[in-house]
Design a binder for this molecule. Sequence first.
Ligand SMILES: Nc1nc2c(c(=O)[nH]1)N[C@H]1C(S)=C(S)[C@@H](COP(=O)(O)OP(=O)(O)OC[C@H]3O[C@@H](n4cnc5c(N)ncnc54)[C@H](O)[C@@H]3O)O[C@H]1N2
Ligand code: MOO
Length: 392
Amino acid sequence: MISIAQAINAVKQHAKPLFKKTVKTAEKAGGYLLFEDVHSPINMPPFRQSAMDGYALNLHDDFTYKLIGEVQAGDDRQPVLKPGEAIRIFTGAAVPATANAVIMQEQVTAEKKQIRINKEVNENQNIRPLGEQVKQHELALKAGTKLTPAAIGYLSSLGITTVTVYKKPSIAIVSTGNELIEPGNDLSYGQIYESNSKMLLSALYSLKFYDVTIHNVTDNYGKTLAKLKSVISENNLVIITGGISVGDYDYVGKALNELHVEEIFYKVKQKPGKPLFFGKKQDTQIFALPGNPAAALTCFYVYVYIALQGLMNREDLELPRVKGQSISNFIKRGDRPQFLKAIYTNGKVEILEGQSSAMQQTFALSNALVFMDENDTEVTINDALETILLPV
Ligand SMILES: Nc1nc2c(c(=O)[nH]1)N[C@H]1C(S)=C(S)[C@@H](COP(=O)(O)OP(=O)(O)OC[C@H]3O[C@@H](n4cnc5c(N)ncnc54)[C@H](O)[C@@H]3O)O[C@H]1N2
Ligand code: MOO
């Protein structure tokens, strides 16, 4: 059995980016990383642009200007202004080449044919220069940049409609167990509703991984073997839940072995999630998470998250950890380091009642996990606690 730190390091060591590219439309590229540099096809702004509703001026040494025309946003007219002449102009409109300042209308007394300016005007004021944001052919965003909503807006403003991004991994979730029934059906005695696949799918979707398929297998060796063989060959990441412990019908370990999946580790000294398996076959990474739902989700956030970040070539491989001031007392039993379901708000953290690996009810209220190391036995109010913030 290895330690949590060893297990995290092992996952990090195998956290390799998926060096595959795909082309996405700008609208659908949010959350992806750019695979290659993007150069701007245009100057942005593409013309000298007015930043205000007001008047464009050809400056001279007097406060009075002769009004000779108007340019609205979208107009391609370019009136020629002599010194001492002005045109009416609006925010976003092209400033004629012969104008060298824009004054906002609040600072002007306007008459029919002339205006009088009431304030000192500086050259180029309220004019956004041509190519101020980026010039044509210059680097707009470099490879590796995460496409946030702002980045999508920026690329769209340059007229870019498609981008080449790192492909996201294809992921299979496999839930195992005879007792599992699809929600929506009636339960017979001894059965429970299958929930791990929905939980993990939702976690993946919230991290913006959408290429996910769900598979269910019963506790049957042949079926487990066949299912795992196909999902491992077809996906970049396989997340199995259940059937990885020591019961007579826990077939996952045996099947992975027969499929020559390289075991990187099996069993971590931690609670929950002791019987966690991590392995590899060619470039496919395989996690077998314990079936207990809270154990499965904890292992997802602590370990699978790293593999996902690595596949996306992201720098922050782990979830953020902060110090939270405890508002609870808690006694830890046993010598395993423990991840505790908790609520973190404004620097304070509450450890919840009901910490067993089966307690989905507690996890449903949580937004954080408190980490207690091997030698920590007790938490008292005001203790500073290592708190992992969950992306919920
Ligand atoms: N003799 C021992 N027994 C167990 C040990 C041990 O060391 N020695 N470890 C325990 C620990 S810790 C855990 S965690 C579990 C993990 O067992 P498995 O990974 O083999 O999981 P299952 O037995 O298949 O299921 C455990 C539990 O979770 C429920 N489950 C499973 N899949 C789902 C699902 N998709 N949706 C909802 N709930 C699910 C399942 O019904 C069980 O209640 O082993 C302990 N045993
Ligand atoms: O890993 Mo088990 O989840 O400790 O119950």
